[in-house]
Design a protein around this ligand. Structure first.
Ligand SMILES: [Fe+2]
Ligand SMILES: [Fe+2]
Length: 263
């Protein structure tokens, strides 16, 4: 199975470059399954049901999120509307699995693409972030229940150490662990000895002429003055950051992982 994982889609510039590039990318790399982190797809903050459905229409199979998941409150009602229906598109928008269990939404999705069963797990780190449940033990619990061999984990986390540690912890038990959230791609992609593809951060799909997606003048001003303000997305230099992972269908072990950055 060949999996494309697209890093945090940020605002309209991110959505536009996905619209412009995804079809060719899928054809060129013979992609079976397309995953993306969509936590910043609505003007940088959260995701709306309409934007999620547009992204599904563009060819994304499952969306993951992270700390911005609740920025657009419509998502809560959208989750409620799914009402346990496994075929609702809301079911294919994940929120981190290690959030409070009584919150709406799901942190795991199991599906089938081109006849190959797969699972996507969304987790969030705890270092320099909200104190959610332990993502390590949560991963253990989830993996006891998941039936698919091809398993992709999005660890949405700030600290590189936490991402590297969970990569080693899950080595040999999942197809890939990819990091998101910092919006800056890292150059450490590799297949770990047990067969898990790993990268600390996939990077952002959005405007690089800014500070991790936001207008650079605003962020510089924030560092200079610390005044509260409403951040606006940057627009210039949109790029698409992703990884392509190839796995063995039968064992779920990764064969390769390669970084992609398109302008
Ligand atoms: Fe993000
Ligand atoms: Fe984030």
């Amino acid at each position: 199975m060949r999996i494309l994982f697209i890093g945090d889609i940020f605002g309209r510039p991110g959505r536009t470059i996905v619209r412009d590039k995804l079809k060719d990318l899928v054809r060129e790399h013979h992609i079976d399954l397309v995953l993306a982190n969509g936590e910043n797809s609505a003007a940088g903050f959260g995701i709306t049901p309409a934007i999620a459905e547009d992204l599904f229409d563009l060819g994304i199979d499952v969306l993951t999120t992270g700390n911005h998941v609740w920025d657009k409150r419509e998502l809560l009602a959208y989750y409620a509307s799914a009402n346990g229906d496994l075929h609702s598109p809301a079911r294919r928008i994940l929120r981190p699995a290690n959030y409070a269990p009584d919150l709406p939404g799901w942190g795991v999705y199991e599906g089938k693409k081109n006849d190959v069963p797969y699972a996507v797990i969304n987790l969030q780190g705890r270092v320099f972030m909200a104190s959610n449940d332990d993502p390590f033990r949560k991963a253990d619990d989830i993996l006891k229940q998941v039936k698919a061999k091809n398993i992709l984990v999005d660890l949405h986390a700030e600290a590189t150490s936490e991402k590297v540690a969970l990569g080693w912890y899950l080595d040999g038990r999942v197809t890939a662990l990819v990091g998101t959230h910092t919006h800056i791609p890292t150059a450490d992609e590799r297949v770990l000895p047990g067969g898990t593809a790993y990268i600390t951060d996939v990077g952002m799909t959005g405007p690089f002429e800014g500070v991790i997606g936001v207008k650079k003048e605003m962020i510089i001003d924030r560092f200079l003055h610390n005044l509260p303000m409403r951040f606006e997305p940057a627009t210039g230099d949109p790029r698409l950051c992703a990884v392509v992972i190839e796995s063995d269908d039968a064992t779920g072990r990764a064969r390769s992982i390669a970084r992609v950055m398109l302008k």
